[in-house]
Design a protein around this ligand. Structure first.
Ligand SMILES: Nc1ncnc2c1ncn2[C@@H]1O[C@H](COP(=O)(O)OP(=O)(O)O)[C@@H](O)[C@H]1O
Ligand SMILES: [Mg+2]
Length: 332
């Protein structure tokens, strides 16, 4: 790819994670520009398709930086989190518009975005993920909430983790220690989505593993260990500086570190992902790696896990993203 390649970072969107995405987008823009890339930042809105071909931004809220100089973009980096960036729809549109993008294709994004589907696939690949039950809101209502919840507690035991089957940034997630807390946890979860994923709560060392593939196969970067000071890695713990302690690489023995790296690469592969992803997992005290979920548009803010792993690997964030954009552009 020549030095005049032109790239576009997409950030914003209408999901609950809009603010986080805007922060990710800014950070990515700065990193790419520091590396000398020619890059713009814009929202994924009604002006996007025209902008991809180099047309001027149509009105406010379109291009967040300059841009629209008449040249089409060579590749796009999606920094939209939540459904807007991860449910596959935007990738579908980029594909039909013929614009290469960094990361997984639409089908793989759809699979990873739906946590129960992703869990089924990683289980089939021989990996571990916490035992769970998926309850759509409608079934819960129609079959009688009380009876269903009683069976659920009997089946999975306590404590439990309740989270939206499709979601991010820990929004709508709660832990449940006693049966009385379950109804409120379900109600809060249903305010973020139509289906709840109720999982057995696992304990151990929480890690996030970035997987990157710059052309020679997927590899795991150093795992980032997450220790929220409040004990729960919720929205506040994620996006408030100082609210969580991180250890990079994670304080795992060599065997556990190898196991978590292997499981992350295997999950990335089992879900058919591409370029980069972030795998969230808990390493239990006996060394079992319990996979929680895989993110296809991981956070890239100042407090995000992926940039920390990139630093710890001794890589330049801007250089890596630029390499991935060049790779996407070459894929055409
Ligand atoms: N089964 C579980 N056991 C223990 N903690 C969990 C479990 N599932 C999720 N968590 C906690 O909740 C957080 C959010 O869950 P996750 O599945 O990663 O969803 P999100 O897409 O919101 O990041 C995790 O970072 C972890 O701290
Ligand atoms: Mg997560």
């Amino acid at each position: 790819m020549s030095g005049s390649a032109r790239y576009l970072v997409l950030a914003g969107g209408l999901s609950h994670e809009r603010d986080v995405s805007l922060r990710s987008g800014r950070r990515v823009l700065d990193a790419l520009r520091s590396d000398g890339a020619e890059v713009d930042l814009r929202d994924a809105d009604a002006g996007l398709l025209a902008a991809l071909t180099g047309a001027p931004a149509d009105g406010p809220g379109g291009t967040l930086t300059s841009g629209g100089d008449g040249r089409p973009y060579d590749a796009v980096l999606v920094a939209l989190h939540g459904g807007a960036g991860e449910d596959g729809a935007l990738r579908e549109v980029l594909d039909i518009a013929g614009v290469p993008h960094v990361g997984a294709g639409p089908a793989a994004c759809r699979i990873a975005w739906d946590k129960p589907t992703a869990k089924a696939l990683v289980l089939r690949a021989g990996l571990s993920t916490p035992p769970s039950v998926v309850l759509p809101h409608a079934a819960f209502r129609e079959l009688g909430a009380g009876a269903v919840l009683d069976r659920l507690v009997t089946h999975l035991g306590l404590p439990l983790m309740v989270k939206p089957a499709r979601g991010g940034s820990a929004l709508g997630c709660s832990t449940v220690d006693k049966p009385d807390d379950l109804p409120a946890a379900m109600v809060s979860c249903f305010s973020y989505g139509q289906a709840a994923l109720v999982e057995k709560l696992v304990s151990g060392t929480e890690v996030a593993v970035t997987v990157v593939d710059t052309g020679d196969g997927p590899r795991a970067l150093p795992p980032v260990e997450i220790v929220p000071l409040s004990g729960v890695y919720d929205y506040g713990a994620r996006y408030t500086a100082g609210a969580t302690e991180f250890f990079v690489p994670a304080r795992l023995d060599d065997a556990a570190a190898d196991a978590v790296a292997g499981a992350a690469v295997a999950a990335h592969t089992a879900l058919g992902l591409r370029d980069l992803s972030r795998v969230d997992a808990i390493v239990e005290d006996d060394g079992t790696v319990q996979l929680l979920e895989v993110n296809t548009a991981p956070g890239m803010t100042e407090t995000s896990l992926l940039p920390m792993a990139v630093d710890a690997a001794g890589l330049s964030f801007g250089r890596l993203l630029r390499t991935l954009l060049e790779q996407a552009a070459a894929r055409g």
